[in-house]
Unconditional design. Structure first.
Length: 373
């Protein structure tokens, strides 16, 4: 994979911008390459990207623009589709009902906005990959809502997450590690700079996410430090055998690399670090945090306790029992790949899906122009 970081741009805010939970979309974001002018503007077609994960169901509807795309509508709901999956190997009936309800709402939004079915990319990730009844649930969704979800493998999931975060890369560093923390797995992508581009050096999908880690390590009433360290160690063991040249670590220890964190795991830490009274995507997405600032935010979350985290506007009751698992995953990666800088990304797979489809739709026009020349 060869990728080129793009200039940072901001998209047009949604007209109904409000306070949002971490990982949801209070503001539209534009990123990616410049688009053919004939494909952008008022007459540009609408595209949709739907991501059904282990913990969340998320939708973006956007239209091409000169600086990438502009978000027209978005939706995010915590469904916990993978609840209990690590113990049973199947999707729970209640979890499927929650996910189905959210997907039905997504289908209604897509229809209301008039998105052509050929321009809707709908994917499912770790929970449906792992569950014995994952394909059956996908078929239920198709029959009931008309949405055709495609279960993608970890390779494609990782590639799309990287594509969605390209313009957050610091072009002056020699390496970047993109960490996508999900509910049931964590994808890591190591890239090194060659000229003005970044080349993929290796990737891995660790079968540990915030839901699986929280279920393995229920929060105790007493010593949170030992509990937290057990989660860090669990994740550390899962990523101990990174499939990259060990010499790449020298770029991190030498201060010539940085991390990009994408998911609620890092955006929650960012919200706590900034002391936000409500989650504000425009302040979080693209924020630089130091390793010590990430650790301080995690310490704050521990001191809050479960009740305090539930009342925290940047977390909320639906994520109060998961946020420290996410912090532990990030800390395990930072210990394994020391870097004093991590860039926060409230973007990822869906944005990658949109950029890929928009790029693919432009290819025939380009070929026609070349042929005419």
């Amino acid at each position: 994979m060869k990728v080129r970081p793009m200039p940072e741009t901001e998209g047009t805010p949604r007209r109904d911008q409000r306070s949002q939970a971490p990982g949801s979309d209070g503001q539209g974001a534009a990123n990616g390459t410049a688009l053919d002018s004939r494909a952008s503007g008022r007459d540009a077609p609408l595209y949709g990207a739907l991501d059904l994960g282990t913990n969340n169901c998320r939708l973006l509807i956007a239209k091409p623009a000169r600086d990438g795309f502009r978000v027209v509508d978005s939706f995010s709901r915590i469904v916990r589709l993978g609840e209990g999956l690590s113990r049973t190997g199947v999707l729970d009936a209640g979890a499927m009902d929650r996910a189905y309800e959210a997907l039905a709402l997504c289908g209604e939004r897509v229809a209301r906005k008039g998105v052509d079915p050929s321009r809707l990319m709908a994917v499912a990730t770790q929970a449906c990959r792992q569950a014995e009844n994952g394909p059956a649930f996908i078929e239920r969704v198709r029959l009931g809502t008309g949405l055709k979800l495609r279960i993608i493998d970890p390779v494609e999931e990782a590639r799309l997450a990287v594509r969605g975060c390209l313009n957050l890369f610091d072009p002056t560093v020699d390496a970047v590690l993109v960490v996508d923390v999900g509910g049931g797995s964590t994808e890591l992508n190591w890239l090194s700079r060659r000229g003005d581009s970044f080349v993929l050096e290796g990737w891995m999908s660790a079968p540990v996410g915030v839901v699986t880690l929280a279920e393995r390590h229920p929060e105790p009433a007493g010593d949170l430090e030992a509990w937290y360290e057990a989660m860090v160690a669990d994740m550390g063991a899962a990523i101990a055998d990174a499939p990259v040249d060990p010499a790449l670590r020298d770029l991190f220890t030498g201060g010539r690399a940085h991390m990009v964190g994408t998911s609620g795991a890092i955006t929650s830490l960012a919200g706590i670090h900034l002391g936000l009274r409500r989650y504000q995507r425009n302040l979080v997405d693209g924020l630089w945090m130091t390793r010590s600032e990430c650790e301080a935010a995690a310490d704050t979350l521990k001191r809050m306790g479960a009740t305090g985290r539930s009342a925290e506007p940047c977390i909320g009751p639906d994520r109060a029992d998961l946020v420290l698992a996410g912090a532990a995953i990030m800390e395990a990666v930072q210990r394994a790949w020391p870097s004093d800088r991590v860039r926060v990304a409230d973007r990822g797979l869906r944005e990658g899906l949109l950029l890929q489809q928009m790029r693919d739709d432009r290819k025939p026009a380009r070929r026609r122009r070349r042929n005419r020349g």
